[in-house]
Structures are given as structure tokens and as C-alpha cells.
Design a binder for this molecule. Structure first.
Ligand SMILES: *Cc1c(COP(=O)(O)O)cnc(C)c1O
Length: 379
């Protein structure tokens, strides 16, 4: 059983993918080739925003957004405490201070009450200037943008949507990657829409920011890359990766998203009496970057993971360590007691094998083994 079955996906679509790769080799337009432009326009249309700018990976995308807004020394950027390292890593990279915020224990996304409390705390107790909220669409479910937007407006902050895991999610008919003033995603192979290496993209409706992003990702170019008007990065999506994504985008949109949605329902139906299953809010749609359950204690979580492993079933803990405890960030604005939900969830979550190509037999084995272990642990 695979945690995320990239081999099966490739085998099913091999002819088209091989042809797309071969055509790039034939043209040898490896950098800024025709597929890159085509992908950007297809992605912008799919999301429903004016501009899509591709780049080298999801981490660079976040950094490029902060650079475009001129975030730096003296600025505070609010980041959920429960996320992948990148969401916070980019903040000190541009010279600003990350302020970690506790999450909602059902959705795993930033908790709006904790967010407002953190903003007030920074305003009252530090000289830092609140500038940006990084809202992460964790495990595929969009964050609570209705409430986040109200807070952003109240304190005049930008919303940076980190949709590295959220690509394909929706609130009502509106798609993830359209909720932030700037939104970012990642095409790392195991993300909802993955390429065959590293890749990323930014989305925005703002013309001025789009133009700045295009400059920052190519050495701060002015008229061209030999006319440099600002300090930038070298962050481009390879044409080969764009070619793979052009094949995979329609497959993702037309078949994989629906397959994952129905798989999630069957997991939840079968598991809900035994573990805490994912909570998707009314009118929200997840892209199912992960199917994550919660166990009653760390002992049961660790025991279940070991039991699955002994039965040849992979699983993963996203995330083991809260951001505020990562040594790299140094001293924090807040003490540990502010992070009740994150501290708890790091001990009790477990992400299960989950992808559009799970066979019924694999699902049966997975469900049976989880239920068997939980029943035994409750004896
Ligand atoms: C994967 C991920 C990133 C970084 O994407 P890369 O393409 O690996 O740089 C950023 N944020 C979140 C939430 C992620 O899951």
C-alpha cells in the first residue's frame, strides 16, 4: 500500500505524460518555454484570478509575496503554529518576525480569535508593525477567510494564502488560491497537484503586484534580466515541469478531486465511531492533501502507527513539532500556554494512506487494521 501512489498515477497516464516530456526535449525550450506561459494562463483561468506567476517551489512563492509587499525589519507576520516549516521560514528570511498563532482543533487552520488576540498583543507589547496574515489551507481545507478578512480589514493587514496543500479546495464555488491578496501553491510531487520535481505558483488580481512578482522571480529584472532594478531571486518553473502539469491539471480537475472526495466519505463513514475523523465545514470543499485522524492520546497514536507499520501500512505524523518550538525561530513573542490546540494535536494526529488510486482491497485492509487496533486499545 502506498501513502500517495505516484507510480500508479504515472502508469495510468504514461502515454500522454511521456509525449509531453518528449515534446519539450524536441523543442529544447527548457527555460521559459511555451508550456510555462500556457500553464500560467490555464491555472489563472481554473482558479478564476487575473494573474498566475509560476516559480521554482512553494517556499519561494511565499518569500516572493513578502518581498513584493516590502515586508522586512520591524514587521510582524502572523503564521499558524501548526503547519509545514516553510509557512514561517520565509518570514525571518525577509527580516521580519513571525508571530505564531494557535489553530482550530477541528479544521487545523488558524483560529480567528487567537489571531486577533495575537495582533492586539503585538500592538500593545512590542514595537513591531503587524503587516501580514499567512493563512494556510491545511490538509486541503481552506482557512476561515470570512473571519480572517474581517480581521485583516480591521488592522489593515495583507492576507497571504498558503495554498500549498489547498489547491483544488473551495468555499462555495470560489476556489482556493483566490482568497489571499496574494496566494501561493506548491507542485511538489506529493501535493494535491504535483509535478515531477519542485514547482510553485503565485496568484493575484493585482496588476502592480503581478508585475513586481515577475521581476522578483527573475533577478529583479527591469526591461530584461540584464537590466536589474531590484534584488531578486532566480525562481522559475522548468518547462518540463510545466509540460507535466499541463497533462495533470485536467486529470486532477475531472477525476482525481471527485475520487478523493468519495474516498474521504467512505473512510469517514467507516472510522467515525472509532477515531476523530476530519471535519469539513459546511459549504467548504477539501482538496484532501491529507486525510488526518485524531486519536485519544499519544500512546494510542504511536501504538496505532507502529501497528500499521507492522502490517506493512505506511502513515505519517503531520506535524510532530509546533512551529513555536522549532529552534530555528529562536525566542518567541508568546509563551507555550497560548498554543493549547497545537500542542495537543502534535501528539494525537495521524495521516493515513490516501490518494485517488487506492484499491478497494487496500481500503478494506486499512480500515480493518485501524478498527482492530482501536478496539484492542479500549479493552
Ligand atoms: C509543501 C508546503 C510548502 C512548501 O512547498 P515547497 O514546494 O516544498 O517549497 C509551504 N507550505 C505548506 C503548508 C506546505 O505544505
Amino acid at each position: 500500500m502506498e501513502f500517495r501512489d505516484l507510480k500508479q498515477q504515472y502508469q495510468l497516464h504514461k502515454a500522454e505524460i511521456d509525449e509531453a516530456i518528449q515534446s519539450v526535449l524536441n523543442r529544447s525550450d527548457f527555460i521559459n518555454g511555451s508550456c510555462v506561459k500556457k500553464l500560467e494562463s490555464e491555472l489563472a483561468e481554473y482558479i478564476g484570478v487575473k494573474h498566475c506567476i509560476t516559480c521554482a517551489n512553494g517556499t519561494d512563492a511565499l518569500q516572493l509575496a513578502l518581498m513584493t509587499w516590502g515586508i522586512g525589519v520591524g514587521d510582524a507576520v502572523f503564521v499558524p503554529d501548526f503547519t509545514f516549516f516553510s509557512s514561517g521560514e520565509v518570514v525571518p528570511l525577509v527580516g521580519a518576525v513571525p508571530v505564531f498563532v494557535d489553530i482550530d482543533k477541528d479544521t487545523y487552520n488558524i483560529n480567528p480569535q487567537s489571531l486577533e488576540k495575537a495582533i492586539v498583543h503585538i500592538l500593545q507589547n512590542t514595537d513591531l508593525k503587524p503587516r501580514v496574515i499567512v493563512a494556510v489551507d491545511l490538509f486541503g481545507q481552506p482557512a476561515d477567510y470570512e473571519q480572517i478578512k474581517q480581521i485583516a480589514d480591521r488592522y489593515d493587514l495583507f492576507i497571504l494564502e498558503d495554498a500549498a496543500q489547498g489547491f483544488g479546495g473551495k468555499i462555495g464555488e470560489r476556489k482556493a488560491c483566490s482568497f489571499g491578496d496574494i496566494a501561493t501553491t506548491s507542485f511538489f510531487p506529493a501535493k494535491p497537484l504535483g509535478c515531477y520535481g519542485d514547482g510553485g505558483a503565485l496568484f493575484t488580481d493585482n496588476d502592480e503586484w503581478a508585475q513586481l512578482l515577475r521581476s522578483y522571480c527573475v533577478h529583479g529584472k527591469g526591461k530584461d534580466k540584464y537590466d536589474n532594478v531590484r534584488i531578486g531571486m532566480n525562481s522559475r518553473l522548468d518547462t518540463l515541469q510545466a509540460a507535466v502539469l499541463l497533462v495533470k491539471l485536467p486529470i486532477f480537475e475531472k477525476t482525481e478531486l471527485a475520487a478523493m472526495d468519495s474516498l474521504s466519505k467512505s473512510y469517514s463513514d467507516r472510522l467515525q465511531n472509532y477515531v476523530k475523523v476530519p471535519v469539513i465545514k459546511e459549504d467548504y470543499f477539501s482538496s484532501w492533501a491529507q486525510y488526518t485522524i485524531q486519536l485519544k492520546s499519544q500512546t494510542i497514536r504511536d501504538g496505532l502507527q507502529q501497528f500499521l507499520k507492522d502490517n506493512g501500512i505506511p502513515s505519517a505524523v503531520y506535524y510532530k513539532k509546533p512551529m513555536h518550538l522549532q529552534d530555528a525561530f529562536g525566542e518567541q513573542q508568546y509563551d507555550d500556554a497560548e498554543y493549547i490546540n497545537t500542542n495537543q494535536l502534535c501528539k494525537t494526529v495521524l495521516s493515513l494512506p490516501f490518494h485517488p488510486y487506492m484499491t478497494e482491497e487496500d481500503v478494506d485492509v486499512l480500515m480493518e487494521k485501524i478498527i482492530e487496533y482501536i478496539k484492542k486499545s479500549e479493552e
